[in-house]
Design a protein around this ligand. Structure first.
Ligand SMILES: NC(=O)c1ccc[n+]([C@@H]2O[C@H](COP(=O)([O-])OP(=O)(O)OC[C@H]3O[C@@H](n4cnc5c(N)ncnc54)[C@H](OP(=O)(O)O)[C@@H]3O)[C@@H](O)[C@H]2O)c1
Length: 249
């Protein structure tokens, strides 16, 4: 790693995050990929470096971003460098028991932790290191925030929107932008695990206007635009990348 721009991508070992990391390396960034599974991160880092021919462009950092005590590992890996972009992509839908109030509380907390706290803790930890002027913060939400359908996951992703507006107002005077990318259905990631059925896939494809599932590179393209130099006048926005499944919001 040297004088290149630096991006931190949470959940960068798989799916959308790995596509973002690959795209940002192609755009000339060095990238720190953060997640809980170091083996997954290491192999993504190796793959991206091999493909790009840029040895050392991607560094893997293991941290559970719901745990304030582990986020320091990312700050340590950044060191003295300025952070040009923080891409808060870690998250996912967590199922939970609903047969007791305690179970409901656990289920909600797990989704809020995985989707909100991961982004809040990483961004707050890196806030002092953000490049001024010119830093970028991106939050990965979901179409579920805009149309519901997934209980506490929908609510957790929607929480990111309100927080993004405040953060955009706080950081705008320092020429740092904060935006939300809200993907629709994206196949080829670990998101659905064994929950996806052929019928579920077909239903989601049919709900788009373009008649196909999204792929991680569709989402990475939006992130690359927002962290790029030409997007400095775009802040406090929610960009839907959903094949037209939800219109205009
Ligand atoms: N796929 C879709 O259809 C879709 C649609 C809308 C929104 N999204 C959102 O897009 C983002 C990326 O999802 P994806 O589809 O690419 O799924 P994915 O492959 O499951 O990616 C999620 C990533 O987040 C990491 N992660 C989860 N919890 C973490 C934690 N506590 N600390 C650190 N890292 C954590 C995971 O790595 P470890 O398990 O190793 O930690 C994994 O690499 C998520 O926020 C998801 O909610 C996805």
């Amino acid at each position: 790693m040297g004088d290149r721009r630096l991006a931190v991508v949470s959940g960068g070992g798989t799916g959308i995050g790995a596509a973002v990391a690959r795209g940002l390396v192609a755009d000339g960034f060095d990238v720190l990929v953060v997640g809980r599974r170091i083996d997954v991160l290491d192999s993504a880092a190796r793959r991206i470096c091999d493909e790009s021919g840029r040895d050392g462009a991607v560094t893997a950092v293991a941290a559970d971003l719901t745990d304030p005590g582990q986020v320091g590992a990312v700050v340590d890996a950044v060191g003295e460098r300025a952070v040009d972009a923080v891409v808060n992509n870690a998250g996912g839908y967590l199922s939970g028991p609903t047969d007791s109030l305690g179970g409901v509380a656990d289920w909600w907390r797990a989704n809020l932790d995985a989707n909100v706290l991961t982004a809040v803790l990483l961004t707050e930890a890196l806030r002092p290191a953000l490049r001024r002027p010119g830093g970028r913060v991106v939050l990965l939400s979901s179409i579920a925030a805009q149309r519901g359908g997934a209980g506490p996951y929908s609510a957790a992703k929607a929480a990111l929107h309100g927080w993004a507006y405040d953060l955009a107002a706080q950081l705008g005077p320092e020429q740092i932008t904060v935006n939300v990318v809200s993907p629709g259905y994206v196949a080829e990631t670990e998101f659905f695990g064994d929950r996806m059925t052929p019928e579920g896939h077909a239903k989601r494809v049919a709900a788009t206007l373009v008649g196909r599932a999204g792929v991680p590179d569709d989402i990475a393209a939006a992130v690359r635009y927002l962290v790029g130099p030409s997007a400095g006048y775009v802040t406090g926005q929610v960009l839907g990348v959903n094949g037209g499944s939800v219109l205009g919001r």
